[in-house]
Design a protein around this ligand. Structure first.
Ligand code: FE2
Ligand code: FE2
Length: 403
């Protein structure tokens, strides 16, 4: 089905330029071009659009005001800012409203890749209600003690970006958010940043202060406690999976980029659990009840209750934020890696193994007896003989954290 994309810019020349530039995609996308926010909202009333790409500074209604309306009236849409004003980065409001930021002039390849990827995310998460929920998220819940810690550190006059970066890198939601921002085209960085601490340094203290204290982009996880689900346990699990996945990638002699990506993929792999449980606690209670009664896995119960799992939800979220594909892939398939194309080593493989082993370890089941069937995909990818080494790496990491 053709995707519908709406472009908004008060300068008709820009619209003409975009129309010409994207002419060759007219069989794939249905594109409309308007010159004001009011026109855009009118058009959105009668048509089903999937993506909106808007300028920021426009007379009458600004890009921010427009996207705010779109967020509340058409929450299923992916919202992208295409703007020539670099000062927008300091406009914290847009961080919680837009999913991605592109800077003008934008070349055809960047636009094409951004739009194609955003369209493709619809294949990962198909349920419209959940798409609306994820697209409408204002903040990702943080572990309460880390949230308190970052606020305290930011308010401390002798604070340091290093300390703040370290706090961010220990939290799933905060890490995801700083990476979304730093990888936006506004910063014009030549390669994607996958380390939350580096992202914090690039963003700088003032921007992070704005994000946390003014825009409220981070928030403490404060929904009612769900029986059988502890935010501290998810946090600890994610840290351990991230750290083991990173060590496995290192052991296999991969580049710094893959090593960093494995750490990040492990840290974020269960992001979808936070999104679902904090936004739909009642339904998530049902998931946890099923896990207990049927002794099934969390993702299996989620599939019954939500029709989808935390894997797709997390993958969709990092995908519409424009984070790298290997991250989307690791989140999407960490419980069912056989559904991905696993011809070689990838952060997905490292996360899949670390995740399974950590859960076994936590349940005191002993990680040696992890059945070959469960790790069949490891053999298929050609890493069967490496498994004992990976297992030892994980065991050492888990044991060290117990001290
Ligand atoms: Fe998971
Ligand atoms: Fe997990």
């Amino acid at each position: 089905m053709k995707k519908h994309i709406l472009f908004v810019d008060d300068d008709p020349n820009i619209n003409d330029g975009l129309r010409r530039m994207l002419r060759s995609f007219r069989n794939e996308w249905d594109m409309s071009f308007v010159t004001s926010g009011y026109e855009a909202l009118e058009l959105l009333e009668d048509g089903a659009y999937d993506i909106i790409i808007t300028d920021m500074r426009m007379p009458g209604m600004t890009g921010n005001a427009l996207l705010k309306e779109v967020k509340s009236r058409h929450p299923h849409m992916v919202r992208i800012i295409l703007s020539g004003h670099s000062d927008n980065v300091s406009n914290m409001e847009s961080v919680s409203i837009a999913h991605q930021f592109l800077s003008k002039p934008c070349d055809v390849d960047t636009l094409k890749v951004t739009i194609t990827k955003a369209c493709g995310m619809g294949e990962i998460l198909k349920d419209r209600d959940l798409v609306q929920l994820v697209n409408g998220l204002k903040s990702i819940p943080s572990v309460p003690h880390l949230y308190t810690e970052i606020v305290r550190e930011l308010e401390n006059e002798s604070n340091s970006i290093k300390k703040i970066g370290a706090i961010i890198s220990r939290d799933i939601g905060m890490s995801a958010k700083v990476l979304q921002l730093i990888n936006s085209a506004f910063f014009g960085l030549p390669k994607k940043v996958t380390c939350p601490e580096t992202a914090a340094v690039y963003l700088g203290l003032e921007t992070i202060k704005g994000l946390v204290l003014a825009a409220g982009v981070f928030s403490a996880f404060k929904k009612k406690d769900l029986e059988g689900l502890s935010i501290d346990r998810i946090w600890r699990h994610s840290m351990l999976v991230g750290s083991s996945a990173m060590k496995i990638a290192k052991e296999e002699g991969h580049s710094d980029q893959i090593i960093e990506a494995s750490l990040l993929a492990g840290l974020l792999h269960d992001l979808g659990i936070l999104v679902l449980s904090s936004n739909m606690p009642d339904k998530y209670e049902e998931v946890l009840k099923q896990v207990k009664e049927n002794r099934c896995e969390l993702w299996e119960a989620e599939k019954v209750v939500f029709g989808t799992t935390h894997c797709e939800v997390g993958a969709y979220l990092v995908g519409i934020w424009g984070l790298p594909w290997h991250l989307v892939e690791a989140l999407a398939y960490h419980h069912r890696p056989s559904e991905a194309q696993l011809a070689t080593f990838s952060p997905l493989l490292a996360v899949h193994v670390s995740d399974l082993l950590e859960m076994k370890f936590f349940d005191n089941q002993g990680i040696e007896d992890l059945t070959a069937a469960k790790l069949e995909v490891v053999s298929k990818a050609g890493f069967e003989d490496r498994l004992p080494i990976w297992r030892a790496i994980c065991e050492e990491t888990f044991n060290a954290s117990d001290d």
